[in-house]
Design a binder for this molecule. Structure first.
Ligand code: TXA
Ligand code: MG
Length: 311
């Protein structure tokens, strides 16, 4: 496979996963990993997820407690990332984990991602294939819009079934902690391993949370246009991100899900943000309310980041 040869040569290759498109590099090659940060314009303290062909391959590089094995058996391959302590023998470039003693690992389910991991035979460090601070890509067109000329190749992989990034759960501490809601529901996680802590708990400042997972900076997922969440009305100079019957009067409408289906809405979310962001003559985006259940948690998390004040 030509893409695997490019990775071996230290080049960057974008490929589809079931969540979003990633831009990948040889995780063992620190220079190749550095090239990811350069291509994305991403701050170096952001640790990356390493993609593996199998549970065995992943757990050869990180220490996996019983709970991690149960999650792997239940959700891999699939949209779940686990943060676990690196083994002392772990050969992954330190830069890939931003110098942390933990490593984020995932076994993707998309056939293209799986084939690439197998053909390459080493972990692939891959963040979402967008410029830093931009919206995550769910098509080759999105990838090209942000990274054309900055990467060696992109593999046409069709649409992304899930449409939001993987759920990130930290299993390196005394109790499991949800770092990022995503493609695997919290309900499903808890059904497999019991209570998972999330959010800012008393004594846990926002600063410590962002230090723990620096990619979760509040303004991480930002379209260029300002965005209002849970809009009850919409102006003629705003684009509407509709969920269910659209509010009247918008300058442009992107329907996430006519029937109010959260999975459909998640799969279309980034498409909608990209599309409204690119539409002519709009001054902002108004997003209709999305319920806080199932994938609604991940959708609202992304919308809150998009709505956060820019630094
Ligand atoms: O669905 C996905 O996860 C996609 C596809 C390509 O797999 N990837 C993705 O990667 O979203 P990225 O780099 O955009 O997001 C990785 C997230 C960030 O929030 C980062 O801070 C967190 O995972 N993360 C990575 N390593 C970590 C670590 N060692 N400790 C805490 N958080 C970590
Ligand atoms: Mg990202």
């Amino acid at each position: 496979m030509r893409a695997a040869d490019l990775l071996r040569a230290g080049a960057l290759v974008a490929f589809g996963t079931e969540t979003v498109y990633g831009v990948g590099a040889d995780a063992l090659n620190a220079q190749a990993v550095a090239a990811i940060f350069a291509a994305k314009g991403r701050p170096h303290f952001n640790p990356l997820i390493c993609h593996y062909e199998s549970e065995e391959a992943a757990f050869a590089h990180v220490e996996a407690p019983e709970m991690a094995r149960r999650l792997a058996d239940t959700f891999w391959p699939g949209p779940l990332t686990m943060v676990l302590p690196r083994r002392v023998t772990c050969p992954v470039a330190l830069l890939a984990g931003a110098g942390l003693e933990t490593l984020a690992v995932r076994v993707p389910a998309h056939p293209v991602a799986m084939r690439l991991c197998r053909a390459f035979g080493r972990p692939i460090a891959a963040p979402s294939a967008n410029r830093s601070g931009g919206v995550s890509p769910t098509s080759v067109a999105h990838v090209m819009a942000g990274l054309e000329g900055r990467i060696a190749a992109v593999i046409e992989s069709g649409p992304c079934r899930v449409g939001v990034e993987s759920t990130v759960v930290d299993l390196s501490g005394p109790e499991p902690f949800l770092l990022r809601p995503g493609g695997v529901n919290l309900e499903a996680l808890e059904a497999a391993i019991g209570p998972v802590r999330r959010g800012i708990t008393p004594g846990r400042a926002e600063a410590s949370r962002t230090l723990r997972s620096p990619g979760l900076l509040v303004s991480h997922y930002a379209p260029a246009l300002p965005l209002r969440m849970a809009a009850k009305d919409v102006r003629a100079d705003e684009g509407l991100l509709a969920f269910g019957p659209p509010l009247p009067g918008a300058g442009a409408v992107f329907q996430l899900s006519e029937s109010g289906n959260l999975n459909e809405a998640a799969a279309r979310l980034f498409e909608g943000l990209h599309w409204l962001d690119a539409a002519a003559g709009l001054a902002g985006i108004a997003a209709m309310p999305v319920p806080e259940t199932g994938l609604g948690l991940a959708i609202n998390d992304r919308l809150a980041r998009a709505a956060a004040p820019r630094g």
